[in-house]
Design a protein around this ligand. Structure first.
Ligand code: ANZ
Ligand code: ZN
Ligand code: ZN
Length: 818
């Protein structure tokens, strides 16, 4: 080969070459049993959509891969697995659209994804790939269901659930975003009363909340979880009914406002409504309840809605004033929160204020604040002193909250209460493409779990798998599937015909990765102890209250069953930002989804990898524009050429540096500074600034008169996580025969990374008047006298007396002169 052709950067050839070597050397396949320093580096696995991998996926995976490679070079045995979340409505809908059976279509999507991923050179351990649609995987998903059932955490209930008319299935609360279906933002969910399987995630509400105090997660994710769990502290207060010995319990966060409770409101669905309705009101109440049942939750809760309601013609006794107050029903009170009944305090709750205004109900102010207008124009929701509440008048309302609760508690009329917004996880789906729920319904024995040795309950290869509006699941059409015998009594019985929510498939996949291939157990305790919890998890924040909440719950449940160790599944979680395209969200409907293939072909994987990371801060996202990618490609080309030109291979096959010699002091400083910056930036996932620092360093290398081997080696090492193929090639040019991935991350010297000169700001009476450059740690007298010599300073102190000189070493001199 001639020197000329060697100097040309040819990513296609380079990348192919290194993929082969990495594979042969099994470089990224740690031994799960013997690894000494395990590091579990995880990125959220994708669902293999028909469009293929897009750059948004790549963005997330590259960010994870850089982190993993960095840990590898720091001596860890890094396990970075990849898999496919291939069950679920999304995949099924795609198959319906393509008029192809998902069992045929989805595996070919996976194949395409795997090919695309391999092109990009990720350090995924492909020996441990997981596919949720593989019977060897979903038999364990079904096993997970059985474990939860055994622990009393899975139950069947007939409750109003969310039904998406587009998806034609029920959804969990987490899949409903402000009343709309998560995958159909234009479709409001409906309420349906059907029997479904639920997981008791609410049993874990407090633990899910408490651990957020200490887990090392992105703040936005923690906040989203806190809000979703929605803890409210308050009291349950009992109201005696007038004319009978029954009571109604309300939940309130403001027991201090009890003197202002002038009426009561029940949810229209409240079970006591019929009993309380006066004959004259029956017709109106019946009509109102029917209307309410047709309304969507979103409309019921929307702010600014004209308040509606009907009086029942009955009364309850306010337990503190002992006065009767009227009982109403209204749809702004929901049945599935608190007790489904409220004490209405129109002076201090805005919804109650609006309602009382419409129906001319009394408004009694009981808390006075600094600038409350009289008469009230809206509810006063702030704190203040008690009024109209003897014997509590004049006291601070915060104090009274506790006091009223305690006083009523002594009479058996109240107790402190904590409420959560979180609801149990609805797990069944009336769709086809998922693992069948492993339960059998027997007329005699009731619900009987499928014995573990009979797993998996296979999904039948049925042609007519379309969902329908009836709510009857597709599997209910196949007698060969559902007809079975009861494991308990042996009589004819019926299988459950629902499949589980896809989020159950992904709620435990990270436990399977290190254990793939094990057909005896879902996971081996020893391997699991070694590799879990996951050290670093990177993924999208859109999963904050879906996947990330479910996995935490499932893991805690496993922990309580003695199946895993540790409190939490993911030691560290970081949410990546979103990639947009020329200012717009990438979406199918816009037709602006970018796939990596063309870019890999045109520029090479390394250029795409680095470009994506250079677009913006990893945790904030960036805008994909074709124009920017050329700059990165040129940087890589020039780096390659520089190495090819500077590393001269001699006859004896040794490598000699051109211009080798002692580095100039500023360059030496620059290199140490760059290593420090790139190291810290990678640890903080601040990849864009790390890249900028390397580009800056490269410019100085090019301008340098003398360079040495260590300098070039450090540069190549720093490039490795970002552009691993190119880095290998540079390493080879430097004469190494071992892969660069086995080399150690470069170290910087803190002292050498510090510059010798500092800029000192000179202020006069607090105003900046100039700067001077001096050697670091120059003593005070020298700095001061240098300042006094400064032209601007001379001008400004002319004719004044210097009162004081304040000196902050290496930073500021402030002269006070009058
Ligand atoms: C009296 C009161 C006075 C209230 C006041 C608030 C302010 P969070 O914070 O969301 O937990 N509430 C209770 N159950 C309800 C239900 N099922 N549907 C609709 N509203 C309900 O809200 C708790 C407050 O929301 C409770 O405190 C109750 O109104 C209302 F100055 O009671 B409050
Ligand atoms: Zn939907
Ligand atoms: Zn039976």
């Amino acid at each position: 080969m001639t020197a000329k052709s060697e100097n040309k950067y040819d990513p296609a050839a380079i990348e192919k070459k290194w993929h082969k070597i990495w594979d042969e050397q099994r470089l990224f396949a740690p031994d799960h049993k013997t690894a000494k320093k395990p590091f579990y580096n995880l990125v959220m696995f994708p669902y293999p959509s028909g469009e293929g991998l897009h750059v948004g996926n790549c963005f997330a995976f590259i960010g994870g891969d850089i982190y993993g490679r960095y840990q590898l070079m720091n001596g860890y045995d890094v396990f970075e697995p990849m898999g496919f979340d291939a069950f679920g409505i999304h995949s099924e809908n795609f198959a319906i659209k393509k008029k192809t059976h998902p069992m045929k279509l989805i595996p070919s999507n996976i194949k395409n994804f795997r090919r695309q991923l391999k092109q990009l050179g990720f350090m995924f351990d492909w020996d441990h790939e997981v596919q949720t649609i593989d019977p060897d995987y979903y038999r364990w998903t079904q096993w997970v269901f059985l474990q939860l059932h055994k622990a009393g955490l899975a139950y069947r209930d007939k409750a109003p659930v969310n039904w998406c008319p587009e998806c034609q299935t029920v959804l969990s609360n987490e899949q409903v975003i402000s009343g709309m279906c998560e995958r159909h933002p234009e479709t409001a969910v409906e309420r349906r009363d059907t029997e479904q399987w639920f997981f008791r995630i609410t049993d874990y509400a407090q633990r899910l909340l408490d651990n957020l105090e200490w887990i090392d997660w992105s703040d936005i994710t923690k906040t989203a979880q806190r809000n979703w769990i929605g803890r409210s502290e308050g009291a349950d207060i009992e109201f005696q009914l007038e004319g009978c010995d029954k009571r109604i319990c309300v939940f309130t966060t403001r027991p201090d406002t009890l003197f202002g409770a002038t009426y009561m409101v029940l949810a229209p669905e409240h079970p006591i409504v019929d009993e309380l309705t006066a004959p004259a009101q029956r017709e109106a109440v019946k009509r109102y309840r029917e209307e309410a049942s047709r309304k969507k939750e979103i409309d019921r809760l929307a702010a600014g809605q004209e308040k509606t309601g009907v009086s029942l013609g009955a009364h309850a006794i306010n337990p503190i004033t002992n006065k009767p107050i009227p009982i109403w029903i209204s749809d702004y009170v929901l049945m599935d929160y608190g007790t489904g009944a409220i004490m209405a305090v129109p002076a201090h709750d805005q919804r109650d204020f609006e309602f009382a205004t419409v129906f001319k109900l009394p408004i009694v102010q009981v808390i006075d604040g600094p600038d409350v207008k009289q008469p009230l124009e809206e509810a006063y929701t702030g704190d203040g002193k008690m009024i109209n509440s003897a014997p509590y008048d004049g006291m601070d309302c915060r104090e009274v909250m506790k006091k009223i609760t305690a006083d009523l508690e002594a009479k058996g009329l109240a107790r402190s209460q904590v409420q959560y917004r979180l609801r149990d996880w609805c797990i069944s789906r009336q769709r086809y493409w998922g693992p069948p729920i492993p339960m059998i319904h027997c007329e005699k024995c009731g619900i009987v779990p499928v014995p573990q040795e009979d797993l998996p309950v296979r999904l039948p290869e049925a042609d007519n798998f379309m969902p329908d509006a009836s709510g009857r699941p597709p599997l209910a059409r196949f007698e060969e599937f559902y007809k079975t015998t009861c494991p308990k009594c042996g009589k004819e019985a019926r299988r459950d015909t629902d499949v589980n929510d896809t989020f159950l498939d992904s709620a435990w996949y990270f436990l399977r990765y290190p254990n793939t291939g094990n057909d005896k157990v879902a996971w081996d305790p020893e391997i699991t102890r070694k590799w879990l919890p996951v050290d670093m998890y990177i993924g999208g924040n859109e999963h904050a209250v879906l996947h990330l909440m479910y996995t935490r719950f499932i893991y805690m449940a496993f922990k309580d069953m003695g199946l895993v160790e540790g409190q939490e599944p993911f030691k560290k979680f970081r949410a990546h930002g979103l990639l947009i395209k020329e200012g717009n969200k990438m979406s199918k409907s816009r037709g602006n989804i970018v796939t990596p293939d063309d870019y890999v072909e045109r520029y090479g994987a390394d250029t795409l990898r680095m470009y994506l990371m250079f677009l913006g801060p990893f945790q904030e996202g960036g805008d994909f524009r074709d124009t920017g990618i050329n700059g990165v490609r040129r940087f890589l080309e020039r780096s390659y050429r520089f190495f090819a030109e500077h590393c001269e291979r001699s006859k004896d096959n040794g490598v000699r540096m051109k211009n080798e010699g002692e580095l100039a002091k500023p360059l030496l400083t620059k290199i140490h500074q760059t290593i420090r910056k790139v190291t810290q930036d990678i640890e903080n996932l601040s990849y864009n600034t790390a890249i900028a620092a390397m580009m800056e360093l490269f410019n100085e290398l090019k301008a340098a008169e003398k360079i040495n081997r260590w300098t070039l080696e450090s540069f190549a090492l720093m490039l490795t996580p970002f552009t691993p193929h190119l880095a290998e090639e540079l390493w080879e040019l430097l004469g190494h025969s071992e892969t660069i991935h086995r080399a150690t991350w470069p170290e910087y010297d803190q002292a050498l990374a510090t510059t010798d000169t500092v800029d000192i700001a000179i202020q006069i009476n607090g105003k900046l008047r100039g700067t001077i450059q001096v050697a670091r740690d120059t003593n005070r007298e020298v700095v001061e006298s240098a300042c006094m010599e400064h032209e601007k300073v001379k001008q400004h102190i002319e004719g004044k007396t210097i009162r004081k000189v304040i000196y902050i070493p290496n930073k500021i001199v402030n002269i006070v002169a009058t």
